[in-house]
Design a protein around this ligand. Structure first.
Ligand code: NAD
Length: 348
């Protein structure tokens, strides 16, 4: 038996789709829209502000990584000052995370324009950071009301960000394929998403302006993000959260390094998931194919290349063993030590 609970998601996808933002906010009946971005994406924010014309209430370019409550409070003040009745977030997971925080706290509806492969726009998961502690939760109120994907906006995403970010998206699909709440719809999304990303990423990294590859990569990120939004993640995400949280590691790179090792550990006991991934990656060794892809797209070689001290691995093992999560195999301390040792060492 399975239950498929489809998320309400309106997606507008295609080169030049950003030109339709005003149509999307009109559809929602929004009259005063606050545009959200990071400081680095101010030019893009200015572009959508111009596209919104009289519907734009103002801009807030203070989105920051991990959604600090201080940045949310400043954005709330901007909402109050401008009388905004909705927001338009343009950027990656950090900016979309700010829009989610405003939806959670103020019930503000959002239209989002993602410019990375993180996939946050497809999930009801919110996160907030206060005094260095990140709290997360699920609430359907944070789901964007419309998502506008314009691959042209991703041409500027540097190769060093595109590769790991794409592998991070693949990790969502891999874990969705053996999730306790997986469904045939999720499996179909995962297969297509992994195939799209695996074929597009090497081209994207070689030539960031290849329009066809950028479009396929963003489509894959959408589908893999939908897998994340629909299911409960397992050992891979648990390990990466522990590593990232305890050792302050870069999010996407950590996922990209750890993924082949978790795949090698889990897939032998979930043959259906393995079969889907073999088809998607056109391989008979999924873990090896993921390792090759990571190498090809410039993912750093092992956790030690991220500066992880070998002595810290034991603490991460303790943390993973301490908190329960669903996974096809229940790893022992020895299993986790072997897995992390290999992920730390890299190579092969
Ligand atoms: P990000 O949003 O922090 O962006 C990284 C940097 O790249 C920023 O400075 C941004 O301005 C810049 N950037 C974004 N798009 C660009 C483009 N096209 N060209 C040039 N520069 C660009 O990074 P991210 O990887 O998108 O998001 C990671 C965050 O999202 C993490 O904090 C993660 O926890 C969160 N996340 C949340 C969910 C969820 O479901 N809630 C899912 C995935 C990720």
């Amino acid at each position: 038996m399975f239950v498929h609970d489809a998320q309400p998601m309106r997606v507008v996808f295609g080169a030049g789709a950003v030109d339709r933002v005003a149509e999307e906010t009109d559809r929602l009946g929004l009259r005063r829209v606050l545009v959200l971005s990071t400081p680095r994406q101010g030019a893009l924010a200015a572009r959508v502000t111009a596209l919104l014309g009289g519907r734009a209430a103002g801009t807030f370019d203070g989105a920051r990584m991990h959604v600090p409550v201080t940045s949310v409070a400043a954005a709330e003040a901007a909402v109050a000052a401008t009388g905004a009745d909705g927001c338009l977030a343009i950027g990656g997971g950090s900016t979309i995370g700010l829009a989610k925080a405003l939806s959670l706290r103020l019930g503000l509806p959002s239209v989002v324009v993602p410019t990375t492969y993180a996939g946050s726009e497809m999930t009801p998961i919110w996160g907030l950071t206060e005094d260095g502690r990140k709290t997360t939760g699920r609430d359907p109120v944070v789901l964007p009301r419309a998502v506008v994907y314009d691959p042209d906006l991703t041409h500027a995403l540097p190769a060093a960000v595109s590769g790991p970010s794409g592998l991070n998206a693949i990790a969502h699909a891999v874990e969705a394929l053996y999730a306790p709440d997986g469904t045939p719809v999720v499996s179909a999304l995962a297969e297509r998403g992994v195939r799209d990303l695996a074929s597009a990423l090497p081209v994207v990294v070689a030539d960031g302006t290849d329009a066809d590859a950028r479009s396929r990569a963003l489509e894959g990120a959408w589908l893999c993000g939908a897998c994340l939004g629909a299911t409960t993640m397992g050992l891979h995400h648990k390990l990466c959260h522990a590593l990232g949280g305890m050792l302050d590691l870069p999010h996407a790179e950590t996922h990209a390094i750890v993924l082949p090792h978790v795949a090698a550990y889990n897939l032998p006991v979930v043959p259906e998931a393995d079969a889907v991934l073999r088809r998607a990656l056109d391989t008979d060794d999924v873990a090896a194919a993921l390792r090759d892809l990571a190498r090809q797209v410039g993912v750093p070689d092992g956790l030690r290349a991220l500066g992880v001290d070998h002595a810290d691995l034991a603490r991460v093992v303790d943390e993973v063993l301490a908190a329960p999560y669903r996974n096809p195999r229940a790893p022992t301390r020895g299993d986790l030590e072997t897995l992390l040792e290999a992920a730390w060492r890299g190579g092969s």
